[in-house]
Design a protein around this ligand. Structure first.
Ligand code: PEP
Ligand code: MN
Length: 345
């Protein structure tokens, strides 16, 4: 990782460092921050001669060599000072809440519009709505591109940004062109490296876009989760948020094995913000508020919660796990209070 003395390298300086690392079979990946940029050396960066030549450049402050499988997302990385700002909130400075329908029903758009207004009223910062859905049963509703217009109309009506899951390359472009702020990588795709790369490439120049990376259903080691985030950040946009959402094997009565307790461990290893999804974790509306509060107690920076104005008439997961606006409002109020209590503010 190259840290320049100034806030960023000039194009001549960039060309010079690129020429040096190319001689050693490496590439340079600029990571453009709001305040300063840093330059990742992609490849085997251990060659002493290469490092010496880079360190000898008068515009280079220093070269950092982190031996980590996720050198950008590592807590010791120079990116650790990077802050993700979304919907006017710098993550980590207040509890950030994403809420809305699991799945937008294109036949009843008013449910989504009413939910969007209700979650805003309840204190959410961003609205979620599934357009394309990864379903376990191939005969279940798979989503509908028509819902993308409904999602964006909900955003216009409330003035809040939106989050939706993308499952293939075509979805990424459609979502970005429509103005989606947060691209969600679902638990089933969290280890789909070609999708992660495609997202990384697509958002590299979209500095206001963020990615909510769910933890895979079958994900084992924590390093695997953070490395998945590294896949996206490696293309130049480091706005990746980690989202524990429960893993298998499950406990009886729970949809997944709740994993909000990995939050402190994540925070020890990475600077990435953590937004916990209690809805998919426990999978039952009556258990969601407690799981949400537990996540905040464990140090989560935010929550992603499914909510619906009329859960039993929703589709996808909403009949079983969506909170009503009233319960959502109470949960957000309590979670925000707990967040403040925990930070000692
Ligand atoms: C969802 O957010 O509706 C969803 C399908 O989530 P996950 O990928 O965590 O199952
Ligand atoms: Mn869902």
């Amino acid at each position: 990782m190259i840290l320049p003395k100034s806030t960023r390298l000039t194009s001549e300086q960039l060309a010079e460092v690129t020429a040096i690392v190319t001689e050693f079979g490496c590439k340079i990946q600029p990571i453009i921050g709001a305040v300063r940029s840093i330059y990742a050396i992609v490849g085997d960066e251990r060659d002493e001669l290469m490092i010496n030549r880079l360190e000898g450049l008068e515009y280079v402050e220093r070269i950092d060599r982190i031996q980590s499988p996720f050198k950008l997302m590592d807590r010791r990385s120079d990116l650790a000072t990077h802050r993700i700002k979304v919907a006017g909130v710098t993550l980590g400075t207040e509890l950030f809440v994403i809420a809305g329908n699991c799945t937008i029903d294109p036949k009843t758009p008013n449910f989504f519009y009413e939910t969007a207004a209700a979650v805003k009223e309840a204190g959410a910062n961003m609205i979620r709505g599934g357009v394309w859905k990864p379903r376990t049963n191939p005969y279940s509703f798979q989503g509908d591109v028509k819902s993308l217009d409904i999602l964006m109309e909900g955003s216009r009506r409330t003035g809040l940004p939106v989050d939706t899951e993308v499952m293939e390359e075509a979805h990424i472009k459609l979502a970005l062109d429509a103005g989606v702020t947060c691209l969600q990588v679902g638990a089933r795709n969290a280890l789909n490296y070609s999708l992660l790369r495609a997202i990384g490439r697509a958002v590299a120049e979209h500095h206001a876009t963020v990615v909510l990376l769910k933890r895979s259903i079958h994900m084992g080691p924590i390093n695997e989760f953070i490395s998945a985030a590294e896949y996206i950040a490696a293309f130049g946009n480091p706005n990746v948020i980690l989202c524990p959402r429960g893993t298998t094997p499950t406990l009886e009565g729970y949809r997944n094995h709740p994993d909000e307790s990995i939050t402190p461990l994540l925070k020890e290893k990475t600077w990435a913000p953590v937004i916990v999804d209690p809805s998919h974790s426990v999978g039952k509306a009556s258990y969601v508020p407690a799981c949400a509060l537990a996540a905040v107690a464990y140090g989560a920076d935010g929550l992603c919660i499914e909510a619906h104005v009329n859960p039993s008439h929703g589709i996808g997961d909403d009949p079983k796990q969506a909170l009503t606006p009233e319960v959502l409002a109470t949960t957000i109020r309590q979670a925000k209070a707990l967040w403040v209590l925990r930070r000692g503010a």
